[in-house]
Design a protein around this ligand. Structure first.
Ligand code: ADP
Ligand code: MG
Length: 335
């Protein structure tokens, strides 16, 4: 069963009133004692996009999602979801937003299938349709084999998938995913990405948080980078990466003495100087476009220069942060 069929079987809330913005928030603040966990964030998520909130541990990501989903009161500022005021109409908001984590109270003694069926029943869906929805979601999330095991036996990744499945029962038009792949193995992570893309292809809007630049890069149409409760940058993945350079081609020359000749060959291709460590024969070449890597290698061969090792490094979240904020992502070093 695909997501579209699930949408037809559920009685999900449609976004009211044709608003272009799924989320429109201004000046959001949440304080815990002296600490402003969210410190004046403006956010606009457009209908139909995947919006990524990228930030290190403790940046305020979860707090922001909890405020937007009515789970935490908003101390200052205001937020609308599909035009509906979050503080003023929390009951409407809860029908518009699917939040993973809200079904953390799964019954450990029930199976995955029974839990999904029960959640659907609690939403007022008739029994046979609830069963079809549960079966469809179990298939979609690769939980068929484990469907009849008690949740108590589930791995972390399986729980995460069941949690997302449960939040989709009513097919809400906006889905919040709080670090959907943290701690998942690469294969499960890839499956989760495909699932998220499928949700959007089917008309959902997704607001997700992540600590991983590559995840935001792969999935998000636009990204807000947050740090200590504040937004420090916003843009498309390309715009953010351009701020730090897209990638670096790291070369080691077979003959360190050939560094100057290699630097000259590189300069002719990229129009800029590589970063040299001549004594070790190392050259780091910043690349605006990944396909320039091949041009650089061809130019070096044409110049008769041989290379003992080649790798391409992508900018990490740390590098993006350093470029944007002047400090790393480790919260301790900022104190
Ligand atoms: N209920 C709470 N009480 C006190 N402090 C909190 C609470 N929830 C979060 N915080 C603090 O607010 C900051 C932001 O937390 P959080 O939103 O969980 O960050 P993130 O999700 O980006 O890791 C952290 O310093 C955290 O310790
Ligand atoms: Mg968090």
């Amino acid at each position: 069963m695909n997501i579209t069929e699930l949408g037809r079987t559920g009685d999900g809330a449609a976004p009211p009133g044709g608003t272009e913005q799924a989320v429109l928030a201004a000046g959001l603040v949440k304080a815990f004692g002296e600490q402003r966990a969210v410190d004046g964030i403006d956010l606009e998520v457009r209908s139909g996009e995947i919006f990524g909130v990228l930030g290190p541990n403790g940046a305020g990501k979860t707090t922001m999602l909890r405020m937007l989903s009515t789970l935490l009161p908003i101390d200052a500022g205001h937020a609308r979801i599909f035009g509906v005021d979050v503080a003023g109409e929390p009951h409407v908001i809860r029908q518009l937003v699917g939040v993973t984590g809200q079904y953390a109270s799964v019954d450990e003694n029930l199976t995955a299938r029974e839990n999904l069926w029960l959640f659907a029943r609690l939403q007022g869906i008739p029994s046979s349709r609830a069963r079809r929805i549960a079966d469809g979601l179990l298939g979609q999330f690769g939980l068929e084999e484990a469907a009849d095991q008690p949740i108590a036996q589930f791995s972390g990744g399986m729980r995460r998938r069941l949690d997302l499945a449960a939040s989709l029962i009513t097919r809400p038009p906006l889905i919040f995913l709080d670090e959907p792949t943290t701690g998942l193995d690469p294969r499960t992570r890839g499956q989760m990405w495909a699932t998220i893309r499928g949700l959007v292809a089917d008309g959902c809007t997704v607001l997700l948080t992540t600590q991983y630049l590559d995840e935001a890069d792969q999935l998000a149409d636009r990204i807000a980078v947050i740090d200590h409760g504040r937004k420090v940058a916003e843009g498309t993945p390309d715009e953010l990466k351009t701020a730090v350079g897209n990638a670096t081609l790291q070369l080691v020359l077979a003959e360190p003495a050939e560094s100057p000749a290699a630097a000259e060959a590189v300069r002719r291709v990229i129009g800029a100087d590589p970063v040299l460590s001549p004594e070790k024969g190392r050259l780091n070449v910043p690349l605006d476009q990944a396909d320039l890597a091949a041009d650089v290698l061809i130019a070096l061969r044409a110049a008769g220069l041989s290379i003992s090792s080649v790798s391409v490094a992508k900018p990490s979240l740390d590098e993006v942060f350093l470029a944007l904020t002047g400090h790393g992502t480790d919260a301790e070093e900022n104190r």
